[in-house]
Design a binder for this molecule. Structure first.
Ligand code: SAH
Length: 382
């Protein structure tokens, strides 16, 4: 039994069930026992591997994307180059190396990393030593100074707490984590329906997810971009239409696990509702670019050309394997499963990598977008 499981079970026995959002926030971010707070989970020896860890090409192309975007912003100096949830710092390190091609960009950039994990901060610090730009760390996006910004997040939004609701004859009830008859953690639901979802259609047994904390992050980022200028890029697995059913999942040692089994010891994620991301951005007055599948995005940025150059210098087979893992559509490949979406100050009408960029988008609000008050829940979840 994990230390966190013991604590959670005792707290639930005393005070009653907690929401899925609170469970996820504690399992990942509990100051002493949270999954991210106690380890570096990335890489072959860890629980999962991410795009920047697969190949340097990912971070390099994003670095050049940033240089291009900075140019479209009118080359502001200074400007903020921020990353949320930077893991081992690999993406930022590869991006800054590629950006040496544009020395003015590097001279103007002040790098800000938003990271809650002390273990990963340490990793980022050693990876980014000598990166050629000043770097500061923050607990939250709000700590980053005002001004024009380029903001990145790879596999960040999927780690933020979600709320789930189950439909019954009486309405939508929040899905909770409580204790089963055997004393183990078990899903249940709140006794009363959520009044703010009364109008949301559904049949008994349906389950709906809301990325309460991701929505808040996107809203904050979008408002900032409208106010101060710039663009943000998020790459994550998700869909434009919310999927019916639960996408709340656990991974341990590169295999699926039970999300309630070992809180603090397994990675927990949920698919990102990209439709909700777009609507939040539009509601804040920002422009939305994409989503486009990761494979298409990297293809448009020139990953094949980069791969063939790199093959000459490094092992061809290794580069080819990384290329297909990042851009392919098969089992275990990320090209179609992961999506890139960008948000910008509306004065930026085109962003590289997004073929539809610049077309006006109007998106009607979806059920639950504003009603669920993500700010309140996210605060409560921490
Ligand atoms: N972007 C990296 C790591 C992805 S894992 C990569 O692609 O390799 C998720 C990252 O988000 C980790 O760095 C984790 O510590 C961080 N994280 C999770 N929740 C966070 C939060 N609420 N605020 C800031 N960072 C968070």
């Amino acid at each position: 039994m994990t230390a966190l499981l013991r604590q959670l079970s005792a707290a639930i026995a005393e005070d009653g069930p907690i929401s899925v959002a609170r469970y996820m926030a504690l399992a990942l971010g509990h100051p002493a026992h949270g999954y991210y707070m106690t380890r570096d989970p990335l890489g072959r020896a860890g629980d999962f591997t991410t795009a920047p860890e697969i190949s340097q090409m990912f971070g390099e192309l994003i670095g050049l994307w940033c240089c291009d975007v900075w140019d479209r912003m009118g080359r502001p100096a200074p400007f903020v180059l921020a990353e949320q949830g930077p893991g081992r710092g690999t993406l930022m390190s590869d991006a800054l190396r590629a950006a040496r091609l544009v020395p003015d960009f590097l001279r103007a950039a002040s790098v800000h990393l938003v990271e809650t994990s002390p273990v990963l901060r340490q990793r980022q610090q050693s990876r980014l030593e000598g990166a050629g730009a000043p770097i500061r760390w923050h607990e939250e996006l709000d700590g980053i100074p005002e001004g024009p910004a380029i903001i990145l997040g790879n596999e960040f939004l999927d780690a933020l707490p979600i709320r789930q609701f189950v439909r019954t004859e009486t309405g939508w009830h929040e899905r909770m984590v409580g204790l089963g008859p055997d004393g183990a953690l078990a899903f249940g639901m709140a006794p009363d329906p959520e009044p703010r979802l009364a109008e949301l259609p559904g049949r008994p047994g349906d389950l709906r997810e809301f990325g309460a904390a991701a929505t808040l992050v996107v809203r904050t980022v979008s408002e900032r971009l409208v106010r101060c200028g710039g663009a943000a890029l998020f790459v994550d697995y998700g869909t434009s239409e919310p999927r019916p059913g639960s996408t709340f999942q656990a991974v341990r040692g590169h295999r699926r696990a039970d999300p309630l089994e070992a809180p603090g010891e397994v990675d927990l994620t949920a698919h990102v509702d990209l439709g909700a991301v777009s609507r939040q951005a539009v509601a804040a007055g920002a422009s939305v670019h994409g989503p486009v599948p990761q494979g298409e995005f990297l293809g448009a940025l020139g990953i094949r050309e980069r791969a063939s150059r790199l093959s000459k210098a490094a092992g061809g087979a290794e580069v080819a394997a990384a290329l297909s893992r990042l851009t392919g559509q098969g089992e275990g490949e990320m090209g179609q499963l992961f999506q890139a979406i960008a948000i910008s100050d509306p004065r930026i009408t085109f962003l590289p990598g997004f073929p539809d960029s610049g077309k006006p988008v109007t998106r009607a609000a979806g059920p639950g977008d504003a009603d669920l008050d993500p700010a309140r829940e996210a605060r409560a979840a921490c």
